[in-house]
Design a protein around this ligand. Structure first.
Ligand SMILES: CC(C)(COP(=O)(O)OP(=O)(O)OC[C@H]1O[C@@H](n2cnc3c(N)ncnc32)[C@H](O)[C@@H]1OP(=O)(O)O)[C@@H](O)C(=O)NCCC(=O)NCCS
Length: 168
């Protein structure tokens, strides 16, 4: 199936978009395990960067990125609406997050990947480090890491030095 509109990945702009994003998170990542509304959020919401994938006015995917420290970022709550999977939506969200991370001088990205998503992350060069948590007593995770390539890190250095030049 080919997406019938232009896919846009960006941050939610309105309260309604934010609400729809949390709803998507909850429906895909929490509801099937009988978790209450509210369980799709955590203590990092205010400092994290949320993303939505839009097809026309419809939000069909989401994910969230936040920095753990100066050089390490983390992705959580990656989810694509069931009818739109395997068409590159998740990959587009991930690539957008990678650009954000590079621009913020992150060197590594961590993710606790649900076992069903491990192959997806492997396709994007994430490597398994160790077993992750067992969520709701049944969803197995693998802790995975993406280390940016030498070329990407070199690019980061160039961006950093250009920013310094602009500031002076
Ligand atoms: C994981 C998920 C976000 C991927 O989103 P998506 O939009 O389907 O991903 P893409 O279409 O960009 O997939 C990229 C590639 O990975 C493959 N892929 C995606 N999901 C896969 C899976 N579960 N197992 C194996 N391969 C998978 C696709 O075939 C595709 O391969 P290709 O590039 O060779 O065609 C989506 O399946 C999802 O929302 N799953 C349920 C929620 C979830 O588990 N989230 C992850 C939490 S860590």
């Amino acid at each position: 199936m080919i997406l019938k509109d232009i896919l846009i990945i960006r941050q939610p702009k309105t309260k309604d978009e934010l609400k729809a994003m949390y709803d998507l998170r909850w429906r895909i990542l929490r509801k099937p395990w009988n978790q209450p509304r509210g369980s799709e959020r955590d203590q990092y919401e205010t400092k994290a960067i949320p993303y939505i994938a839009l097809l026309g006015n419809e939000i069909i995917g989401t994910a969230r990125f936040h920095k753990i420290n100066e050089s390490v970022g983390q992705i959580r709550y990656l989810a694509v609406e069931e009818g739109f999977r395997n068409q590159g939506v998740g990959s587009n969200i991930l690539m957008t997050i990678h650009m954000t991370a590079l621009n913020r001088f992150v060197k590594y990205i961590l993710v606790n990947a649900r076992i069903n998503a491990v192959k997806f992350f492997e396709k994007h060069n994430y490597k398994i480090i160790e077993d992750g948590p067992l969520l709701f007593g049944e969803i197995k995770h693998k802790k995975m890491v993406l280390k940016f390539s030498k070329t990407e890190l070199r690019l980061q250095k160039i961006i950093e030095s250009m920013r310094k030049v602009v500031k002076t």
